[in-house]
Write a protein of this length. Structure first.
Length: 270
């Protein structure tokens, strides 16, 4: 990964929220910000990209500079499928930021399954934001969802790094249902799973105070509730029970779509 944050824009109000979150993330990293609009080629190629797209990314860049004056901002209009364009951008990025939904239509960047497909294919973590996240929360912990999967293992380092940048506490959360868990997992072993998941990170991030929480409930409900008081929620792209052919775990989809704070989704390298 490089010191680059990429944000996808489509002209919607929610994509401007994404620009604000991306500019703030770039400032925290000391990174550059790249504002990208994917122009779906529905017109003859000689008139693509649409001149209006240049104005769109220009306005988004101005908004980014107002949010984080010290961040270097560049822009690009790229012709192609939205998910493919942003997947390619993710190869050089430290983080990609998108709105959870866009303005719709063929030119709408982030409607329906696009953020979910991107999170399942991106080469770097993906942050999704909703319009209700403006302005970004400056209080509360970074919450990390733990389920023992390889994707959640990848999310641990990302969560610690994000907590360190924000000078925030880290709360590692595991949801457990004693009456419905078919594995019959005992609380002691679940506590051990939580302890093992974050073991050794304190040496790398001595400034981060981490605590563990075992909460009775479904992962979806537990994490959505935790997101109410969090400044950031970090989850793996696919959970322990994920089906091989499924692009993204159902819990990840739920928190990306309905989370009360920005959500960073982390996929393990293919």
């Amino acid at each position: 990964m490089g010191t680059l944050v990429v944000v996808g824009v489509d002209g919607s109000s929610m994509s401007l929220t994404a620009v604000e979150a991306a500019a703030a993330a770039a400032a925290l990293r000391g990174a550059q910000l790249r504002v990208v609009h994917a122009e779906v080629p529905i017109k003859p190629r000689y008139v693509v990209p649409d001149p209006a797209a240049r104005a769109l990314v220009h306005e988004a860049a101005i908004h980014a500079r107002r949010t984080a004056p010290g961040v270097t901002v560049t822009t690009a209009v790229v012709t192609g499928d939205v998910v493919h364009v942003l997947e390619v951008e993710s190869q050089a990025a430290d983080l990609i930021v998108v709105g959870s939904r866009g303005m719709g239509g063929l030119k709408g960047l982030l409607l329906g399954s696009t953020p979910l497909s991107l999170a399942a294919r991106s080469h770097c973590p993906v942050m999704t934001v909703r319009e209700v996240h403006r302005p970004p929360a400056g209080e509360g912990p970074v919450v990390l969802g733990i389920d023992g999967s390889e994707d959640s293992d990848e999310a641990v380092d990302v969560a610690f790094a994000e907590a360190s940048r924000r000078r925030a506490d880290l709360v590692a959360v595991h949801a457990w249902q004693p009456d419905t868990d078919p594995s019959g997992t005992a609380p002691d072993s679940v506590q051990a799973l939580l302890s093992q998941a974050i073991a050794g990170r304190s040496d790398a991030y001595p400034d981060v105070t981490a605590r563990r929480e075992l909460i009775d409930g479904t992962p979806r409900d537990v994490l959505l509730e935790a997101s109410r008081t969090a400044r950031l929620l970090v989850v793996g792209a696919r959970g322990r029970s994920g089906i091989a052919g499924l692009l993204l775990g159902s819990v990840s989809q739920a928190v990306m779509t309905h989370g009360h704070c920005p959500v960073v989704t982390v996929r393990r390298p293919a």
